[in-house]
Design a protein around this ligand. Sequence first.
Ligand SMILES: Cc1ncc(COP(=O)(O)O)c(C=O)c1O
Length: 419
Amino acid sequence: MKDLFEKIYRDKGPLGKWAAQAEGYFVFPKLEGEISNRMKFQGKDVITWSINDYLGLANHPEVRKVDAEAAAKYGSAYPMGARMMSGHTDIHEQLQNELAEFVSKEAAYLLNFGYQGVMSTIDALVGKDDIIVYDVDAHACIIDGVRLHMGKRFTYKHNDVVSLEKNLERATKMAEHTGGGILVISEGVFGMRGEQGRLKEIVELKKKFNFRFLVDDAHGFGTLGATGAGAGEEQGVQDDIDVYFATFAKSMASTGAFIAADKEIIDYLKYNLRSQMFAKSLQMTLTVGALKRLDMLRTMPELKQNLWTIVDALQSGLKDRGFDIGTTQSCVTPVYLKGSIPEAMALVRDLRENYGIFCSIVVYPVIPKGLILLRMIPTATHTLEDVRETLDAFDAIRDRLENGTYRRMSAALIAAMGE
Ligand SMILES: Cc1ncc(COP(=O)(O)O)c(C=O)c1O
């Protein structure tokens, strides 16, 4: 019989195999200093384009004050126990009511973490006779939620409504057979490429098919829509989203998440959402902190305006200089370049060491082989000067990529990897 760990000793996994070359620099880097547009990386000042602090709340003095006061008042334990047992408070309820109102739903329910919350929501919404139809590029938490499902599931091509329609036809036939219903799942904004989910066209399909619609709007909440209520508001279809999800990990610059829907659905989820029923309640510092952040989202529209000033300057600047930023329709700003993984590593090192620009790289297998994706997240704390410096740096690194500098710099690694 094999030792369970044998495979682990042999194969570190698609990302883990790069640990020796990448860890501490490309993955698990340590950004230091207060969260803002400029932080320190390995002792050097860098402009940070990799933090989802869209509205600049992470280090806002008012937020820091409320967080500190809540920590002093409640400590990090309160309340103890799961919501159902002993972890329920007026403040949790108040936050839920305010969140529901903000996203124009009847009710909301708090989740400790978005990831587990999405998984558990999917798990609670479907039974073995139901069918899930979801975008093939959905976030890992959606995929893991679907993995819990005991019944049938279909993927549709990324953001492709024709493919969704075909799969809805298949799902409808199957559901007639099983006697179940259909759950369609999309993201409000796809976090790698920045495209908005085609929510408007998806809800149009409700005229033809009978399904319920779950939207994970992690990146849309706080950044899109007239009031910041997200991609549903932006596309004018919030009412047709049956279950709306957003995390506190991005615009709210915290930890926690919520789902919002009709009261009867939330009442059901309260009693059936295993990630909350069998886990300690969201701690009070996070709950009080989320109330403060939500208040700022509502009352300080200038935060979103500042964010979009930077988004527009960065995206139009990149386009004017001939960079390929794909099809983004949100703050997420991808820059696609052609090159191998070793070239990408040399390029990112150059950006960080010589130009003081810190952004994340995404390479194969997340995107096709031969492409490098520099993923940039503008925030309300960035300045137009940050944008100018970054654009100039990007011009320089593109020249060096095209004239083979990075290929030469990484020749040894290229040879070792057979790229
Ligand atoms: C689309 C999407 N859904 C869900 C999550 C998970 O949220 P959390 O960080 O609150 O677990 C993330 C990442 O934060 C995300 O990008």
